[in-house]
Write a protein that binds this ligand. Structure first.
Ligand code: ATP
Length: 233
């Protein structure tokens, strides 16, 4: 098991946002979190990585309790986080954006170095000397993912990687994300249910800070409510 989130409750001030979320991510799988704007997807990821620590409940990563620990400790423990707004350093080049994010490699795994990134993603190789601020949205998203990868994570959290991107870019990112599955499990928060269900193995639908339903993507795709709410054209 990679990640176990057990009944977490998260507040922002007096606002009761996550009202008991439980989920699991196993080794070798991509899991998606679906839900409308404001449902609590981002807060779930922020809860896991420590920016929105749960007031109740427990989070275990590879068998160890991580809830209550600091963000930098959780990242060092092996959780890579790509936030919704990407947080690329606009004044640094692509290469520099990667260099500042390198963390020690993980024993038994092929390390992610900036050089490996350039080999696996020729698009970033071509942009190597460009500044982050000069990149397109899709290029920035790829760089944000690459920056998490050089941290050599054992689990990757992606928050709405496709937001605001053109369909062909979304398709490209889908291939990138699917290609990473053999390297580490992924938890993907997405409003774009069609996209999420096409890359993930299992999913959770979140509504008002609770898990509404869950299951393999094949089953979610067949679910009447999921179809009406999230897949209707
Ligand atoms: P989105 O697609 O907009 O990211 P989401 O499903 O990820 O949606 P969250 O961002 O987790 O939803 O937000 C859940 C709820 O928490 C919303 O009602 C939002 O208004 C509220 N919220 C989010 N951040 C804060 C904050 N910093 N302070 C107070 N309330 C917040």
């Amino acid at each position: 098991m990679s990640l176990e989130v057990v009944d977490i409750h998260v507040f922002y001030g007096d606002s009761y946002i996550l009202q008991g979320i439980s989920l699991e991510v196993r080794e070798g799988e991509i899991v998606c979190l679906l839900g409308r704007n404001g449902a609590g997807k981002t807060t779930t990821l922020r809860g896991i990585v420590g920016y929105a620590p749960p007031r109740r409940g427990e989070i275990r990563f590879r068998g160890k309790v991580i809830s209550g620990r600091q963000v930098h400790e959780i990242v060092r423990a092996g959780i890579g986080y790509v936030p919704e707004d990407r947080r690329i350093f606009p004044g640094l080049t692509v290469e520099e954006n990667l260099e500042v994010a390198v963390l020690p490699e993980r024993p038994g795994r092929k390390p992610w170095t900036p050089e490996r990134i350039f080999e696996e993603f020729p698009l970033l190789e071509r942009l190597r000397k460009k500044r982050g601020g000069e990149l397109s949205g899709g290029e920035q998203q790829l760089l944000a993912i690459a920056r998490a990868l050089v941290g050599n994570p054992a689990l990757l959290l992606l928050d709405e990687p496709c937001e605001g991107l053109a369909p062909v870019v979304v398709e490209f990112l889908g291939e990138v994300i699917s290609g990473l599955k053999s390297e580490m499990p992924i938890l993907l928060a997405e409003q774009n249910a069609r996209f999420a269900l096409s890359v993930a193995d299992r999913g959770y639908v979140i509504e008002k800070g609770r898990v509404q339903c869950e299951g393999p993507v094949e089953r979610l795709r067949e679910d009447r409510e999921v179809q009406d709410r999230y897949l209707a054209v």
